[in-house]
Design a protein around this ligand. Structure first.
Ligand code: ADE
Ligand code: ZN
Length: 348
């Protein structure tokens, strides 16, 4: 559609109201310090922090690894099916308030199975929250199982085997954790197997790692979306490829700021990616650790970069088109998106 003129002062309201998809959210990264402490008490798990405040004070990250160390420690309080449900339900309620109509949620089963939590417990709790979100919140939520890239490909294969009895409860696989030194090609065979199984494939690439990792995620793993991908801007040929093939990038501005990928939100390259014709989207990554859920990612990034209603429409539409939902569902959400923009243009 032609984007109608909407007064700039209504932009914050529009950003929240417009229907959108969140495509890059690690559910373990939505675990708020208050819930970490509540679950630790419920499960009798000892934490190396005396209080919620002390834990929050530790959220001063210098790079991805400094965050991951705390993130995996936080996840250690998750033991029971109800814990996984409660974590996902808390996220989904927040997502609904931010205008999310579709959430494709990453989970890291190896973080839990390594502690003796059965795969069935993890998936059942998360899946129950997704079902409740559809029924009670109008949020269409699906799960994406992520392999931890600092572990071996053999361990990824074992994880896939353990999850296959619940094949109908996740729509795809991803690749996350420490990027540098763990290139996508390390997981070539397990991703080939996942493709044979008809699973959607995505991978973190170009968060801290070089453009070469984005190339190999595309050409070796044959992923459908790149998670982060902001380092692609260093390689003009890669930028042309991403634009030409309309490969979605799930960009996470507040995460990039917190993990020092960009020194400041004003230095973020989201506008550059959009101007180059890339199918960029905005996402929250690990909102409990990075200072904001999806709504905050939109509002703070728009303020820092001076983005406008045209960018808002583009980003919301990209997110819906880049989702793995059915063509009919996407069409219906895009009609709702257009209706919201028309209502705002008419002053409603
Ligand atoms: N796991 C959780 N958040 C992550 C991120 N931003 N990058 C890689 N792995 C992650
Ligand atoms: Zn991520």
């Amino acid at each position: 559609m032609n984007i109608p003129a909407i007064p700039a002062e209504r932009l914050p309201e529009l950003l929240r109201a417009m229907p959108k998809a969140e495509l890059h959210i690690h559910i373990e990264g939505s675990l708020e310090p208050e819930l970490i402490f509540a679950l630790a008490e419920r499960n009798g798990v000892a934490l190396p922090y005396a209080s919620v405040e002390e834990l929050r004070r530790a959220y001063a990250f210098t790079n991805l690894q400094s965050f991951l160390d705390i993130y995996y420690a936080g996840a250690s309080v998750l033991l029971k099916e109800q814990d996984f449900h409660d974590m996902a339900w808390a996220y989904l309620q927040r997502a609904a308030q931010d205008g999310v109509v579709r959430a494709e949620i990453f989970f890291d089963p190896q973080t839990h199975t390594a502690r003796g939590v059965p795969m069935a417990t993890v998936i059942a709790g998360l899946h129950r929250a997704c079902q409740a979100a559809r029924a009670q919140l109008g949020v269409d939520a699906e799960l994406i199982l992520c392999f931890l890239r600092h572990l071996s490909e053999e361990e990824a294969f074992e994880t896939l085997e353990q999850a296959l009895p619940w094949r109908d409860k996740f729509i795809g696989v991803g690749l996350d954790s420490s990027e540098l030194g763990h290139p996508p090609e390390k997981f070539a065979r397990v991703f080939a197997r996942c493709r044979e199984l008809g699973l959607h494939c995505v991978a973190h690439a170009g968060e801290e790692g070089p453009p070469a990792y984005v190339w190999s995620a595309l050409d070796v793993l044959k992923v459908e979306r790149i998670d982060h991908g902001v380092q692609s801007a260093k390689d003009p040929a890669l930028m042309a490829r991403l634009a030409q093939d309309r490969i979605p990038l799930t960009v996470c501005p507040l995460s990039n700021q917190k993990l020092c990928v960009f020194s400041d939100l004003r230095q973020h390259n989201l506008r550059q990616l959009l101007d180059a014709g890339l199918m960029a989207t905005v996402n929250s990554d690990d909102p409990a650790y990075f200072g904001g859920y999806l709504g905050e990612n939109f509002s703070q990034t728009f303020a820092a970069l001076g983005l406008d209603c045209g960018h808002a429409y583009r980003l919301a539409r990209n997110s819906l088109e880049a989702s793995f939902a059915s063509p009919e569902a996407k069409r219906a959400w895009i009609e709702r998106l257009d209706a919201v923009f028309e209502r705002f243009a008419a002053g409603g």
